[in-house]
Design a protein around this ligand. Structure first.
Ligand code: HEM
Ligand code: HEM
Length: 298
């Protein structure tokens, strides 16, 4: 690995997507014995019961008293979820963040029922249905996010096996240095292959590269294949060094593989926010248009 490649890899690792606070991963769904899950269930049941009991003429829709009631609750929830989604960043206590997230997730999910009943299942190609579709997109991306928060921290811990990003990088750099040293003692051709792999060692990169968790053009993996062929032709006195080089390159390939996977996990834990947050703003705009337009025409 070259001197330029090490800081480059370090920079990419530093700018890797942010992760969520580790201690909030596990327990926010069960916060205070599923307090918010119960609260959201009550909201869903009461809304469904009222909807079943209510028989407006001609059909259920957003314009009945229940329609207005459910619409108002849904809109208030959306504004609250947005506001507290934002405020959460300033909360310092882990317990408070957990409570917030728990409420955010369960009340957010309850919107699927509350807002749908508000519409009376009257959908069309209009701004009202656009607001509804955007809300569903925000909810679906949020659900994806929660699944990653529950699943990925464990996978990350297993993959890292106690190592930090810094330790990964220095281990790769050490293996790289050792491989270059051993390669120089073997032959010019091998030394050149290993030096080139060193110069072209990269982790991170484009969003797609990070999300894939692989590099099909990994220079070290290619070098390993090449060196495997070349060491066969070495004189017997260099065979031991040849084998040592293969071990070093294999270890480097393995560390690179684990580091790319680590970056992949972080990228997946972040990517959904690129839907969740912008779609929240689109939703707020469409919802405002919906509310203004119904007050205009009713
Ligand atoms: C203060 C909050 C709200 C008020 C006052 C309100 C009001 C209304 C009214 C009066 C209607 C009947 C319109 C008609 O029959 O043409 C309606 C329908 C509808 N609302 Fe709302 N709404 C609110 C919140 C929401 C929310 C949060 C959503 C979803 C994100 C939503 C989605 C819809 C949809 C999809 C319809 C059906 C439109 C159609 O008939 O084609 N509304 N709303
Ligand atoms: C229409 C409903 C929703 C709105 C308007 C909304 C809005 C937001 C906003 C504005 C944030 C702050 C993002 C940031 O920190 O940059 C956020 C965070 C979050 N949302 Fe939602 N959300 C909704 C529903 C949901 C649902 C249903 C779930 C899960 C099932 C969910 C899961 C999350 C999670 C896990 C975060 C925390 C992200 C983090 O700080 O790392 N959201 N949401």
């Amino acid at each position: 690995m070259t001197d330029q490649a090490v800081p480059a890899a370090r920079d990419e690792a530093r700018t890797a997507p942010r992760t969520f606070e580790t201690d909030t991963h596990q327990s926010f769904l069960a916060w205070r014995r599923f307090f918010w899950a119960k609260a959201a269930s009550i909201l869903i049941l009461v809304s469904a019961a009222l909807y079943g009991w209510h028989h407006p003429i001609p059909v259920p829709n957003g314009g009945t008293w229940l329609g207005y009631g459910l619409g108002t609750i849904a809109a208030l929830l959306i504004f609250w979820l947005t506001w507290f989604g934002w405020r959460k960043r300033s909360y310092s206590r882990a317990g408070r963040v957990q409570g917030y997230l728990s409420a955010h997730v369960y009340l957010g999910l309850s919107l699927i029922v509350v807002a749908t009943l508000h519409t009376g299942f009257q959908f069309g190609w209009n701004v009202h249905t656009l607001a509804y579709a955007l809300m569903m997109l925000v909810i679906a991306s949020g659900l994806f996010g929660v699944i990653t928060y529950v699943r990925y921290p464990t996978l990350m811990t297993e993959n890292r096996r106690g190592m930090t990003t810094q330790q990964f990088l220095s281990r790769i750099a050490t293996l790289d240095g050792e491989a270059r040293q051993v390669a120089m003692s073997l032959s010019d051709e091998i030394a050149q292959v290993v030096a080139q792999a060193s110069q072209e060692t990269r982790v991170g990169g484009s969003v797609w590269r990070q999300l894939s968790g692989r590099d099909p053009n990994c220079a070290t993996a290619a070098a390993l294949g090449c060196v495997q062929d070349l060491v066969r032709n070495l004189p017997p006195e260099l065979a031991a060094n040849g084998r040592a080089l293969l071990v070093l390159l294999s270890q480097k390939v393995e560390f690179l593989r684990r580091m790319r996977r680590d970056i992949q996990y972080k990228a997946i834990m972040d990517i959904w926010l690129y839907v969740h947050v912008p779609m929240t703003f689109a939703l707020l705009a469409a919802l405002t248009a919906h509310i203004v337009s119904v007050f205009f025409y009713f």
